[in-house]
Design a protein around this ligand. Structure first.
Ligand code: SAM
Length: 216
């Protein structure tokens, strides 16, 4: 998702309560931002943040951080955040490229990573940019504690098959997977739809989902 550049979006982000500035300086101390020791879950490539904010409203016992690369997109998430009454204050955003994640979180600081409808980067020479590539899995290993998981949803079957292969190649354990989440009687329980998920499922595309964790 890349919206037309919105003039002033960088400045608006720099001054916003929900957007964390200089996140590298908070590495290892994220509990001080939330003022509690609740687990931290992140969504990488959150877009306009619908999923993240709905999850935060449903799970006050978890702290959520949305990672988004583009300020024009993040600005939409901020506008939505400001219209909510999230009295728990259990979500924040960071504008950054996910390649920098190990500079921002220390080992064990993030219990769960959500990847929802990540960009497919269909050209082979761009495979390293896919958020489920072995290069990204290596980065996630540097954040997750033992037993920490990655949950990935997409309607793109080629990207999903690539992801299953990368998980196997990197020696991760596959906890569950489905090629049709919305018709899966177990895995669909409690599913929170993302913006893209709604768009693609309305078009009739089946949604794939996997949950995996580092190590065998
Ligand atoms: N997760 C949302 C959903 O399911 O509705 C948005 C999906 S959208 C297709 C993918 C988003 O990931 C875009 O907003 C894009 O800017 C962001 N993104 C892609 N690569 C990224 C990266 N390396 N770091 C941070 N954000 C990234």
């Amino acid at each position: 998702m890349r919206l037309r550049n919105i003039p002033g979006s960088r400045e608006a982000i720099a001054e916003n309560f929900f957007c964390i500035q200089n996140p590298e300086g908070i590495k290892g101390k994220w509990n001080t931002i939330f003022k509690n020791d609740n687990p931290i879950h992140i969504e990488v490539g959150m877009g306009k943040g619908r999923f993240l904010m709905e999850m935060a409203g449903l799970h006050s016992e978890v702290n959520y951080i949305g990672i988004e690369m583009y300020s024009s997109v993040l600005l939409r998430a901020i506008q939505k955040a400001e219209s909510l009454e999230n009295t728990e204050g259990n979500f924040r955003f960071i504008r950054m490229d996910a390649r920098e994640l190990p500079e921002v979180f220390s080992k064990g600081e993030v219990e769960k990573i959500y990847l929802n409808f990540s960009d497919p980067w269909p050209k082979e020479r761009h495979a390293k940019r896919r958020l489920t590539s072995r290069e990204f899995l290596r980065r996630y290993e540097r954040l997750l504690p033992e037993g920490g998981t990655v949950e990935f949803k997409t309607d793109n079957r080629e990207l999903f098959d690539f992801s299953l292969e990368e998980i196997r190649e990197r020696g991760w354990s596959l906890e569950s997977f489905t090629f049709d989440l919305h018709n899966d009687p177990i895995l669909n329980i409690g599913n929170v739809m993302t913006e893209y998920e709604e768009k693609f499922s309305v078009m009739g595309n089946p949604i794939c989902k996997l949950t995996a964790r580092p190590g065998s």
